[in-house]
Design a protein around this ligand. Structure first.
Ligand SMILES: [Fe+2]
Ligand SMILES: [Fe+2]
Ligand SMILES: [Fe+2]
Ligand SMILES: [Fe+2]
Length: 400
């Protein structure tokens, strides 16, 4: 089902600096200004009451970032959280369609409305001045950096290999989109990714087209797996799903045949990627268990991104949304207790709090040397730690 890979060693320029880390730093609300390295547990925090979460049009109409003056990783966080919020909305719709209790449907609708507002606030941070191809290149930067970081942090060797397998194809997508960008807009993709992510060939595109059977992997076991693995799978699946949706909708907006053809081809590969990543999630999780995992993951990511964010207004949005998600999580936990008769703590031991501070491993000496004086890059994030090479060997994940 797979072919040889051209790049066995994928050198990643520090994806973890903007990826989830889950440790250290301040926490909004009661432990503000306290280093809570071992204490971040979303289950113990109180969020904003749900009836206080709905925002006015004015509040939703956020000012977009300036792409020329903003760290590219801020845009990566925006794209990631947009994918997470889209998944939150779609999952809630699916759950509602499989629920007979009208009170539960109403409760889901109320939280879902807030999720939809969050999606608008997050995605509207993207600037209208960017072309579709520029945003596409940023999407692939997310796919490369985020997946590579998750591959590095994933404790399960089978899942790690699944991420390593997929990241080589998104490397290729970044490289492929760089070509029409140069031909149509006469700019280099490096100007978008700002040297943080290498634009280089990955697995050749012709090798990405597999029989659909071969994209279905084995799931983790929900009882045995590290809870962190559940968050990883949900995060990458959501990001890839949003990428698939983005290409299927924006591809035909181009008039140039080279761009139309490329969006069609890569769009179909993203469908394969969604199949690949969603199959890693244990289908034996109940609907309520899945809902809790979704809300917990939103807390985890908003918390982590708030910690790493250098753009003050974007950081404030992450903090606001985190405080909303804490309440969503509480509601989801109540639903799980009521419908499954189980305690959410059984599936959510505070793995987040146990994570080391990954930034110690994720320094960017190459970038720091290249851009020592860039004002929008946090010095904290540029401390040396050794850019790490990710071993992304070509092997298809073996069966468990
Ligand atoms: Fe959300
Ligand atoms: Fe991709
Ligand atoms: Fe992908
Ligand atoms: Fe949520």
């Amino acid at each position: 089902m797979r072919g040889p890979v051209t790049a066995n060693e994928v050198r990643v320029a520090g994806p973890g600096v903007w990826g989830p880390e889950g440790a250290g730093g301040k926490f909004p609300s009661r432990c503000r200004k306290v280093r809570c390295r071992m204490t971040f547990n979303p289950l113990e925090q109180r969020g904003i009451p749900l009836d206080k979460q709905v925002r006015s049009w004015r509040e939703l109409n956020v000012a977009p970032i300036d792409p020329d003056a903003t760290d590219p990783y801020t845009r990566c966080r925006i794209i990631t959280m947009n994918g997470i919020e889209v998944e939150a909305v779609l999952f809630s719709h699916q759950l509602a369609r499989n629920t007979v209790d009208p009170d539960v449907k109403r409760g889901l609708a109320e939280v879902r409305y807030v999720e939809a507002q969050q999606q608008k606030a997050v995605n509207w941070l993207l600037p209208g001045v960017s072309s579709v191809l520029e945003t596409t290149i940023a999407y692939e930067q997310v796919a490369v950096d985020l997946t590579a970081w998750i591959a590095r942090m994933e404790p399960d060797p089978y899942l790690k290999q699944a991420y390593q397998f997929g990241v080589l194809e998104d490397f290729d997508h970044l490289y492929r989109y760089a070509n029409p960008y140069e031909m149509i807009e006469h700019r280099k993709a490096e100007s978008i990714v700002d040297g943080l992510t290498e634009v280089m060939p990955g697995r050749p595109t012709r090798m990405h087209h597999r029989h659909p059977f071969d994209n279905v992997r084995d799931p983790y076991g929900k009882a045995a797996t590290d809870p962190l693995s559940k968050l990883h799978a949900l995060t990458v699946m959501s990001a890839e799903q949003q990428t698939m949706n983005f290409y299927m909708n924006t591809g035909p907006t181009y008039t140039e045949p080279i761009a139309r053809r490329l969006y069609q081809e890569i769009g179909l590969i993203e469908e394969e990627h969604v199949t690949h990543y969603e199959s890693l999630v244990d289908p034996g999780e109940t609907w309520w268990e899945q809902l809790v995992n979704h809300e917990y993951n939103e807390c985890y990511l908003y918390y982590s991104f708030m910690e790493q964010e250098s753009h003050p207004k974007v950081k404030a949005l992450w903090e606001l949304h985190l405080n909303m998600e804490l309440e969503h999580l509480r509601i989801a936990c109540d639903l799980m207790r009521r419908h499954d008769g189980r305690d959410p703590e059984e599936i959510l031991r505070p793995a987040v709090a146990e994570r080391p501070d990954v930034r110690a491993e994720q320094g960017l000496p190459a970038r720091a040397a290249r851009h020592p004086d860039r004002p929008h890059h946090s010095r904290r994030r540029l401390r040396p730690g050794g850019a790490r090479a990710v071993r992304a060997d070509a092997a298809t994940p073996p069966r468990r």
